[in-house]
Write a protein that binds this ligand. Sequence first.
Ligand code: FA5
Length: 356
Amino acid sequence: MGADASGAVLEIEQGLTGLGTSFRDAFAAAPTEQALRDAHARVLGKKGDLTALLKRMGAVPAEARKVLGEQVNALKAEVESAFAARLAALARASRDAELAATPFDLSLPARVGTPRGHEHPIARVRDDLLAIFRDLGFVVASGPEVEFEANNFTRLGFPPDHPATDMQDSFWVSPGILLRTHTSNVQVREMMSRPPPLAVVSAGAVYRRDDDVTHSPMFHQIEGFLVAERVSFAELKGVLTAFAERLYGPGTPVRFRPSYFPFVEPGAEVDVGCVFCALPDGTRGGCRVCKHTGWLEVLGCGMIHPVVFEHVGIDPEKYTGFAFGLGVERVAMLRYGIPDIRLLFENDPRMLAQFG
Ligand code: FA5
């Protein structure tokens, strides 16, 4: 055996003894995967202690190579298995820590303070309109949205199967029951439940088979009526003129045009002077909103038809009264310059935020 050969054998034997089981302590002490990989590299990396011994195996004479080789390979296997075991232990520990930690969901939106809600523009306009009539002495009442045909049509003087019912194309729930097409059902219910004098106002959702830029299948109406002895059209004009002035300002002109509703006689449509083209001298130049007429149509009204009084058990010889109904969306669209009624019900936050 040459000097180098015996030197290599000695070197490897001493190296094996020197390495001993020190790597086990180094692996066990490694607190992180990176530290463990560094410790592993110091043994089996390119410049690792055991790698250096493996490289020297070439110089070991054949007769010693088998025994020494087995020892070196056994140590190498031990290193690898200790490394793998520690790696698995570290991975388990980090997973356990993750599971024990407070959950953290990166996909949740950041908390930037709770946004404040506000009234929907329809609710705001509805409440403003109700407040005006409440101030004028009307009592607030409500009625159901699912209604008997009798209260929605028949008692109001719409003859059964008469084309007049087509005026308000309806959503039927079952024979004789429908989604109310107007708030005039409240007139019937209130007049049947209390004796005159009555001055009532009501607001709520109503439903019709309508769908375009100014007509929605669900919309809101305000209904008002007054029943007492010797009520005339003069009182109706007085109340609606006061209403127009409170809504659009003092001096707002009002005009009544004859119109037909089965439950009033005479009936009228009420227009108010266009507030968008009104000039300081009281004249109105005409504009796109009023279609250059100088007038905005806002409601329907009239003197309650004697037949309605008969149907609800009020003596038409003793009592008279007036009623009116208006669309809340119409007033809101005019007030806020909303061009399409559907914008009010799409619930797009970019639209609704403008009313905050
Ligand atoms: C009525 O509904 C009557 N009940 C009003 C009335 C009451 C007259 C008492 C006389 C006495 P009309 O169908 O015209 O009338 O509807 C009243 C208002 O509701 C309209 O002027 C309009 O502003 C609004 N309106 C009607 N249909 C729709 C719809 N599909 N979408 C939004 N607003 C509507």
